[in-house]
Ligand binder design. Structure first.
Ligand code: G4P
Length: 530
């Protein structure tokens, strides 16, 4: 048992979120480098190659040269076992990106110092807030011309509504990037731009009060950092671990992932400030991660990782106990059916490998013969319970989809339903008719291409898609409301999901407001829950 406790205690599971190009991939590579998981040659390999090695699973990714899938990487550092949940880096991200956050215990938000808060970060951030998970900010690319530091922090606070607490503070930026000042140790770590791809940069540490500081970083920089730190000590939020753990205060770090500056400092503080996996809620109360019985929930289903076998892999987050290959578990949503999880695998750094054992906090992928759905619970003990469901995230693009060949109706419905079950798309029906018309909703428009591609390649069905003008979908939170009686704007559309739950589609947010005004007592929600 001591072993189990020890193994779980050293687990840290976090997601990295950012807007494309802020440096998420580079930062991840540097983390792996510290863990010794990739060697020097691996780290300097072009981004495109490195990415493909990890997630070259779907043909479409290869074709378009982008990463559609999210990957999970595990590495060891300083007696910690770290799981990084990477999220797709392309603009056209999908619901999977949101769901990945459901499996993480904390999030690292990477921000480009010259750009500040960008659209995709904003969206993902909302989900972190909904879950109250700790959010760490890494302000990257300090080796490039950056925006004013106070202004950046102000923007994070205002735009994202979270307080910030800089743990370190940058001195200059771009050509004049001199290093960072650690507010904890009161030491300045100097920067020199020659360390691309290496593990440790050539840094020097010097106290902020040392009279040699001005000689090393220049008089005006030394004076500025002293002034700014004074200002900061008076103005910024005080560090409060309680607020950090509930996601109300974000510790902020500065660095340059590319030149590998500030990455290890960040990693060390991050590990100190985060905890091992915490209990997760279920219908019988919180489940203790240190309990000896294995339990997990499915947060992602990946189709056709191996096209030759047309298989699916269900990714699950282990929430308690220990997993052992071949163990028998109960699939709660499958009518408490007992099954053996076969071909369990894990991504270690850049390779997929079979796992013999895994612990609470870890993510494993198991072969799915088509029985799992997103949110399903698996458990091994005598207690049978269901973890709290994963919400459905609001799609932002909608299209009406028809098969070209009416004779292929059956394949069409099967294909589109299976793809929806994997969670890549959501499907809806007209409110008053049957399955004839299918409306597809996606979070990122790329999913339309993926759908078309997969229906043609895997199900041999050609489809025609007609884009619809709606951009907002709302679930009706108070179920007693009679959909027939809702008076909306002329551009509002009533639809239902496959379970018959009523939903509303809107072209713009103004219509949402109008509809709420016209129907007193109506409550609309951006997240769907069963
Ligand atoms: P992403 O996963 O968030 O999309 O970003 P990624 O790490 O791929 O980085 C995007 C670009 O920004 C890359 O350049 C990368 O080298 C660069 N970059 C990342 N971190 C830093 C940093 O700290 N400083 C500077 N100056 N650049 C950084 P690229 O030209 O698009 O790709 P590559 O050819 O360098 O691989």
């Amino acid at each position: 048992m001591a072993d189990l406790k020890n193994e779980i205690e050293k687990r840290r599971t976090f997601a990295i979120i950012s807007h494309p190009d802020a440096g998420k991939t580079t930062l991840t590579e540097k983390f792996l480098l510290y863990g010794g998981a990739i060697n020097l040659a691996g780290s300097v390999k072009g981004k495109a190659t490195a990415r493909h090695a990890v997630s070259d699973w779907m043909e479409i990714e290869k074709e378009r040269g982008i990463s559609v899938t999210s990957s999970v990487l595990q590495f060891n550092y300083d007696n910690y076992c770290i799981n990084i949940l990477d999220t797709p880096g392309h603009q056209d991200f999908s619901e999977d990106t949101y769901r990945t956050l459901m499996a993480a215990d904390s999030a690292v938000m990477v921000i480009d110092a010259s750009k500040g808060v960008e659209a995709q970060t904003r969206k993902l951030f909302k989900v972190c807030v909904m879950r109250n998970i700790p959010i760490f900010t890494f302000i990257n690319k300090m080796d490039r011309e950056a925006r004013d530091t106070f202004e950046l922090l102000d923007e994070i606070e205002k735009e994202l509504g979270i307080a910030t607490c800089p743990i370190n503070w940058p001195i200059g930026s771009g050509k004049d990037f001199k290093g960072v000042y650690d507010r904890n140790t009161q030491m300045v770590t100097t920067f020199s731009d020659t360390q691309r791809g290496t593990k440790e940069g050539e840094t020097k540490e010097i106290s902020i009060d040392d009279s040699n500081l001005a000689d090393i970083i220049g008089e005006s920089f030394a004076a500025t950092v002293q002034d700014e730190v004074e200002l900061l000590d008076g103005a910024s939020a005080e560090f409060d671990m309680e607020l950090v753990s509930t996601g109300k205060l974000s510790p902020v770090f500065f660095g340059s992932a590319l030149t590998n500056f500030g990455v290890e400092i960040f990693l060390k503080y991050f590990l100190q400030m985060t905890s091992s996996p915490l209990p997760r809620n279920s219908n019988i109360g919180p489940i203790n991660p240190f309990g000896s019985d294995f339990s997990a929930f499915v947060f992602k289903i990946q189709a056709n990782m191996n096209k030759a076998h047309r298989d699916r892999i269900a990714f699950m987050r282990i929430c308690s106990g220990k997993f052992e290959a071949g163990m028998e578990v109960t699939h709660i949503q499958g009518g408490n059916k007992k099954l053996r999880l076969s071909q369990p695998q894990q991504l270690m750094a850049q390779e997929r490998k079979m796992v013999e054992e895994a612990y609470a906090g870890d993510i494993i992928g198991v072969f799915d013969p088509g029985i799992f759905s997103i949110g399903d619970t698996l458990c091994a003990g005598s207690d049978k319970f269901e973890f709290e469901g994963i919400p459905t995230f609001a799609p932002e693009h909608f299209a009406r989809v028809r098969q070209m060949d009416t004779m292929k109706r059956k394949q069409f419905v099967k294909g589109i339903s299976q793809i929806a079950q994997e969670g890549a798309i959501q499907i809806f029906q007209e409110y008053n008719t049957g399955m004839e018309e299918i409306i597809v909703g996606v979070v990122g428009v790329l999913q339309f291409d993926v759908l078309k591609y997969r229906l043609e390649n895997e199900y041999n069905v050609e489809i025609r898609m007609e884009n619809l003008p709606y951009e907002h979908i709302r679930w009706i939170a108070n179920k007693e409301v009679d959909l027939d009686k809702i008076v909306g704007t002329s551009d509002m559309k009533k639809i239902k999901d496959l379970k018959g739950n009523p939903l509303l589609l809107f072209v713009n947010s103004w219509s949402i407001g109008m509809t709420l005004d016209r129907n007193k007592g109506l409550e609309l929600s951006e997240f769907g829950r069963d």
